[in-house]
Design a protein around this ligand. Sequence first.
Ligand code: GCU
Length: 430
Amino acid sequence: MEMNGKRVICLMIFIQLFMVTGMTAQPAGFNYDESKVPEYSLPDPLVSLDGKGIMDASGWTNHRRAEVLELFQTHVYGRRPADPKRVSYVEASNVIALQGKAVRKQVTIRLDELGDGFDINVLIYLPPTIKGPVPAFLGYNFGGNQSIHADPGIIMPTSWMREERGVGYEGGIANEKSRGLSARRWPVEMILERGYALVNVYYGDIEADHAEGWKSGVRSQINRDDQGDHLEPDDWSAISAWSWGLSRVLDYLETDSAVDATKVAVFGHSRLGKTSLWAGASDERFALTISNDSGCGGAALNRRAFGETVQRINTNFPHWFSERFKTYNDNESALPVDQHMLIALMAPRPVYIASAEEDQWADPKGEFLSGKHAGPVYELFGLKGVEVDKQPSIHEPVGSSIGYHIRAGKHDVTDYDWEQYLNFADKHLR
Ligand code: GCU
């Protein structure tokens, strides 16, 4: 069958949009019917491996938490290496930006042990009128720091770029047209007006997001004996590497007097929401963790197998999780953990989970249930979780230490989502 030029272009644009935005609609062949969710029973976060019940906060903090973290490292995300010993920071001077609405700062984190090509380029916007350290949101972007705002002063990235991103990314290199392409997802001025800094990093600085990325990213250099020909079952995964990168940014923030590093909310959308959750779980210095539409391997319960499944995610994105996680393909019930225990690893620190109504691929109900079933761990600390039994209706944010909302619309990050994150941060970080 012959396709005319216009149709081919339309098809290509659709494929690009699909790959770039994760605009997955709802892939066919998966379960979206609540009545077909298999029966399952969740592992109990409050029963330790020796079968004993965890009765109080100290039992969680001193014993069970480490067990659960170890289970996630061994079976899901892989083991993070030790912190790097030699790191240096190259800071450009502060500049007034965004018509006086921001102070812009750009910092290069040099992982000196790794040599050239492993720099992490950090973009920081600070509220211009506040003296002294401010709380901050830290998150990765998908398209380079310049994609989050049209600000011409943002340094262009030089690391790996997904060619299929299309306009602004021709030949796999970000160009001037990519400035501000994702600005819709990053309401910088709104965040600054509310008195927070925004700290942003391109995830490709850490490792390219494809199956071979680990052979040239940080994982090829750190903590490996065999230097790059195969991965052990619990070697760190791409999500683990990206989350490790967020900890390196937090190391830097601890040295920067403009930001209060004890009040950093780590935020991520979709695969980067899976990453922010693993960052918040692995690094207790993060004061608050936010998961935006993180779905399978993020906030959604694996055992529900609703929308995206373990088998499908491991097949399409074999680098995101550890090699061992693949042994749970079509066998979720054999996992010694489920994602409510990932949420519980944040306790007693606050955590926020957000879903979108049309994002059935990410299993909004399963995302809510993870938050709900993490509640008993928060209760040990005298704290309340989502505070409701049933998933709320759209635009009805709930929760005390575990926040949750579902909004109308698609897999995306919207101003509505950010308003809830800011309100939640005001409650917990102020
Ligand atoms: C795909 C993938 C999801 C992921 C999303 C994204 O849709 O199946 O698990 O969250 O991409 O990161 O954009």
